[in-house]
Design a protein around this ligand. Sequence first.
Ligand code: DMJ
Length: 477
Amino acid sequence: MPRRRTVLGAAAMATTSAALPHPARAAAATGADRVPAAHAAAGLPSDAAVARQIRAEYLHSWEGYKLAAWGYDEVRPLSGGRNDFFARGHTFGLSIVEALDTLWLMEQDQEVELAADWIEAHFDPAVDAEVQVFEAVIRLVGGLLAGHLCTGRPALLARCRELADRLLPAFTRSPSQLPYRYVNLRTGAVSGSVSPLAEVGTNLVEFGMLSRLTGDDRYWSAAKKAARAVVARRSSLGLLGTALDVESGRWTDTHAIEPNPPVDSFYEYLWAGGELFDDAELRGWYRVLTNAVLKYQADRRDGRLWFRQVDFSTGKTTGHDQSELASFYAGLLGKGGDLDAGQAYYRSWTALLDQYGLLPEQVDYAAGQVRSGRNDLRPEYANSAFDLWRLTGADEYRQTAYRYFRAVRTEQRVSGGYTVAEDVTASPVRLGDLTPGYWFAENLKYLYLMFAAAPRFDYRTGLLSTEGKLVRGAVRS
Ligand code: DMJ
């Protein structure tokens, strides 16, 4: 079981600005309405003014959800409709669970009460429906955990544990220790025997934290065994494929496609689990696998860094697609110790942002073509800006993050909140009709923390999950 470290938990989190690393100290120092010279030159208002803008937009979106879809998973902000994210006809109040710790970090205590009260009264983990284990873990288990860590409310941890218990059959009923993709939360029936890597491994953080908080090792043990089962199947080059059959334990797809989905956060959680639980084995796996990605997949062309797809046994190139979701990898590379590569990859994405205004969902970087012009209000670029700013303190990240914020506000803000775009290459941008749940957990949280010098976030130790949930570094007074 992951050991309890003294830095974890609210009481130990009190910190002074003198103890903060450079970026947070800078933010604290400019908390007043003073505009640093570099920001003025780049057209940025003061940090405090930017933080106020970001919080106002978050609350605009939150109010839109409350008005049209309170208690439902997701809002359709143009039509005022609702979306069931996990299973048709069932709601988990997803957006409420997603928003809880962001509202807390933004010091919106009345809204926090409202959200936590709703969860305690209505969140039902015993639904007779098949849910996707990966999504339930990162969004719901992670959201309830973060909510508990931020507010201290024991009922949130109890709900979280009940849900995790209902997800566990996906792991324990698998002959290979690789989890099934779906589980019926009421009956425990499992299904979906071909699991992509992100779905196999993106549970170490949530299950590890749950084991630590409850003293019950089953969650961590299941997660660690699943990660080990993947790493044991790496190719002789140290590369991983894309998906495994959890019953035979064999690869069903041997293309190495990191950092694209559906592999992306498998690597992220080896790093995060190693960091959060001081686990040398996870750190070692992250290093070996990342070395192979950098050696065989890094593709530098026209001064830009991208990651090609290759056959995992031969290293032969099979594609040049890059998903917007992959932009998280810039921050992960930085956190994992490959800062130069992380910064270079971030700049590749900034160049795309500057070219299109909003990031398209999928490009072929070699052909210079947009494969999908959708924009699903994804948070990954903002996530990397936040990570690289924390690591370096460089102004570049706040300037580009603000450009990202302004573009989204200009193009995707509607009277009912914020919405996805069908095509960012069309003029004007063609909008869709959905606020994805993760919008309430991620994008504006990263941006807010970059400008707000938020007193409830420990800038030294704070750690966010792949869904942006605060799993370490909540400063409770
Ligand atoms: C989020 O649910 C999480 O960030 C996840 O890791 C993958 N990406 C989506 C949003 O794009």
